[in-house]
Design a binder for this molecule. Structure first.
Ligand SMILES: Cc1ncc(C[n+]2csc(CCOP(=O)(O)OP(=O)(O)O)c2C)c(N)n1
Length: 553
């Protein structure tokens, strides 16, 4: 005879069936039936974050770096609200993720009774930050709701989905159900004639370029075939590493620098695959991209968005590029000068960027040498990332990069924890490195305690200039040098490290970085290399926000 279990228990079993091995959150009265079951079953590692904001970013980064479903579990009301910043980022990045939140008891729900922990209309709040949000209405329908939520999260374009489960339903006893399998997302199969037309148009190109976005991260093998035929490659920040960034036909994520825009003018076709063509990566949509411009996207609403296209194919990137490669085999006659010109554009862009770094040029090489080829590269929003972290530190795998695409500071530390836990439970063998500024880092500082407790294995390179550096640069450029609200009182990280129990090294010169990283290597748990930027000095060029097109007056 089946034993009776709580609905929470059935949910935990279903998560396991979905292949989930790690979940993140904060325990509460309103999620205890689920967490109790996760602990009892012992198959999922639950990470106790110090706040729901951190938990959401941990789940997001874990999902991105392991290509699995991220799971964050919060309480209701304030707690679910705390997760919203991280949810906005997951929505921006299109991360397949499940946000499970509690809800107050059904009899008191939606009745304006000032019942403790109720957020009036929580579902509307969650809908605003999720791809979809549902409420579980009964014990009988709970797993069906979860099946649909997971299907939705994993269907291209992927995204975070919220499910609220009233606590009385979570705790209800039911016969242990036959645990259903997740419903596989239906692949968006390309129309054969559309691919033929696209192949016909591309076969004429002598200098064809692929622009790869995050939607193409699963299409690496087909991309490699196209590159072997002679396509050049450039990527968005989300599309980094689909082609190794040291490949001779790759511009990496140097997608808007002046030498690259000049090179674009010499190309005679661009195929954009699975990319949002985000404003900060296209000079607010004024970057001149090669023409004709073709586009493949799983989202039909991408047609005409940001840029018009000559041909649009609505399909899964992997399936469409495989079919396209089949069609193009043996038909391309690429200009022999194309590769040389692409290399020259890349080299010019790299040289200009490196020159602008001033002394920090040496830091890029030291981190790259330390990283090797198998690593996760997590970044907070800081000048060092906006300049070199987003492109000059080379990535070799499509899931290696994690960065807050929505531009919110403070997610990096939690993202590094989620990434490190993901690397451990899914056994990727990758080390994790976090690049953060002191302003962003302090925003979620409580998660350092979580990192130590969880023995989350990563190295933070903390760029400490004791201020919001980019804000000062913007104030210099646009506010007559009136530097306000940007100075920060900063922790003594050596003392903090001692009290929390993690390893710390401070360097005052970049020549000390290789030895500093070497000394931290192999130490378990979180480690910090703090770069004293006041001692090192400034960048040669001041970064004052994403570049825009110079307006002609
Ligand atoms: C959540 C959030 N709050 C505020 C901002 C505005 N903001 C952008 S960059 C920045 C400063 C970041 O400082 P720090 O981490 O020290 O990096 P630095 O600019 O010094 O390189 C701030 C406050 C933001 N992007 N996101």
């Amino acid at each position: 005879m089946n034993r009776k279990v709580t609905v929470g228990h059935a949910i935990a079993a279903f998560l396991e069936r979905c292949g989930v091995k790690a979940a993140f959150g904060v325990i509460s009265i309103h999620n205890m039936p689920i967490l109790d079951a996760i602990a009892e079953r012992g198959a999922i590692r639950f990470v106790s974050a110090r706040g729901e904001a951190g938990a959401a970013s941990m789940a997001d980064a874990c999902a991105r770096t392991t290509r699995t479903l991220g799971v964050v579990i919060t309480s209701t009301g304030t707690a679910a609200g705390n997760a919203c910043g991280g949810m906005v980022e997951a929505l921006t990045a299109g991360t397949p993720m499940l946000h499970i939140t509690g809800q107050i008891e059904t009899p008191y729900l939606d009745r304006n009774l000032a019942y403790i922990h109720e957020a009036p209309d929580q579902l509307t709040m969650l809908r605003a930050v999720s791809k979809q949000a549902w409420r579980v209405r009964s014990a009988e329908t709970a797993l069906a709701t979860f099946q649909e939520a997971v299907r939705c999260a994993l269907s291209a374009p992927t995204g975070p989905v919220s499910v609220e489960v009233p606590i009385d339903i979570q705790a209800e006893l039911i016969e242990m159900p036959e645990c259903p399998d997740p419903v596989a997302p239906a692949p968006n199969i390309p129309d054969a004639r559309a691919i033929e037309r696209l192949a016909g148009a591309l076969a004429k190109a002598k200098r064809p370029l692929l622009w790869l976005g995050g939607g193409a991260r699963g299409a690496g093998a087909a991309v490699a075939r196209l590159v072997a035929m002679g396509f050049g490659v450039v990527s968005s920040t989300q599309g980094r590493g689909i082609v190794a960034e040291d490949h001779p036909m790759s511009l990496g994520a140097y997608n808007l620098q002046p030498p690259v825009e000049t090179f674009y003018a010499s190309c005679d076709a661009m195929l954009v695959v699975g990319s949002r063509l985000r404003g900060n990566e296209t000079l607010k949509y004024l970057l001149k991209l090669p023409q004709p411009l073709f586009r493949i996207d799983a989202d039909p609403q991408a047609n005409g968005r940001c840029y018009p296209s000559t041909l649009f194919v609505c399909a899964d990137a992997k399936l469409a590029l495989e079919a396209l490669a089949d069609q193009l085999e043996g038909r391309l006659r690429v200009d022999p000068a194309f590769k040389t010109d692409l290399r020259a554009a890349h080299e010019q862009a790299v040289a200009a960027l490196r020159d602008g770094l001033g002394p920090y040029d040496a830091l890029v090489d030291a981190v790259q040498a330390h990283a090797g080829k198998r690593f996760n590269w997590v970044r907070d929003v800081t000048v060092s990332n906006s300049t070199w972290g987003n492109r000059e530190l080379r990535l070799f795998e499509p899931t290696a990069g994690v960065h807050a695409l929505g531009g919110g500071i403070g997610l990096g530390l939690a993202m590094a924890i989620g990434t490190a836990v993901g690397a451990a439970v899914y056994d990727s063998g990758r080390k994790t490195i976090l690049l953060a500024g002191d302003g962003g880092f302090v925003l979620n500082l409580g998660e350092l305690a979580c990192a130590v407790q969880e023995k989350a294995d990563f190295t933070v390179v903390l760029m400490n200039d004791q201020s919001y550096g980019v804000i000062k640069n913007i104030q210099d450029a646009q506010y007559g040098g009136r530097r306000v609200y940007a100075e920060l009182h900063t922790a003594d990280y050596a003392v903090l490290a001692e009290s929390l129990g993690f390893v710390h090294r401070r360097v005052k010169s970049l020549a000390e970085v290789p030895a500093g990283l070497q000394a931290l290597a192999g130490r378990p748990g979180p480690k910090m290399l703090e770069v004293d930027m006041l001692a090192v000095g400034g960048f040669k060029s001041a970064f004052a926000g994403p570049p825009v097109k110079a307006t002609v007056k």
